[in-house]
Design a protein around this ligand. Structure first.
Ligand code: ZN
Length: 141
């Protein structure tokens, strides 16, 4: 079941595209697996809402699925809340909190990845790139 959700996102990634206009971008590289991800964000005029997010890159299915789920989760969201979502995901992957924080989202399917320590970096890569992209767009963390 969880495996299926991950495969679905990696085969049919959401938001896998370059944005025509972006206010921030960042790239991440995971040398342990060879995953590369570039995340672009477009904030609204006031810088308080994430209007559009896209990612590009190549990597393993966990990395690609995680990026896809992340975009679905944060697009159209309030910038002030996205840092908390990123922090919740990091905490879930590092086993510091329960996966119940994402119980209504496909993201919960990634909770199983934490049993495989080498894959945790794969799952976190896009999220760290998103944090950097927001910072590039002028968001104070
Ligand atoms: Zn990987």
């Amino acid at each position: 079941m969880y495996q299926e959700i991950i495969m679905d996102h990696s085969k049919d990634p959401r938001n896998f595209r370059a944005l025509s206009e972006a206010t921030g971008s960042a790239e991440g590289f995971n040398p342990f697996c060879g995953d590369r991800v570039k995340v672009e964000v477009l904030l609204d005029q006031t810088g308080s809402e994430l209007q559009e997010i896209g990612y590009q890159g190549e990597g393993c299915s966990i990395c690609m699925a995680s990026a896809s789920m992340m975009c679905e989760e944060v697009e159209k969201g309030k910038v002030s809340e996205i840092s908390q979502v990123i922090e919740n995901f990091r905490a879930m992957m590092q086993d510091e909190c329960d996966s119940a924080v994402f119980e209504d989202s496909d993201i919960e399917a990634l909770a199983g990845v934490k049993k495989f320590p080498v894959r945790i970096k794969c799952a976190l890569l896009a999220w760290m790139a998103l944090r950097d992209a927001l910072s590039d767009a002028g968001v104070k963390s």
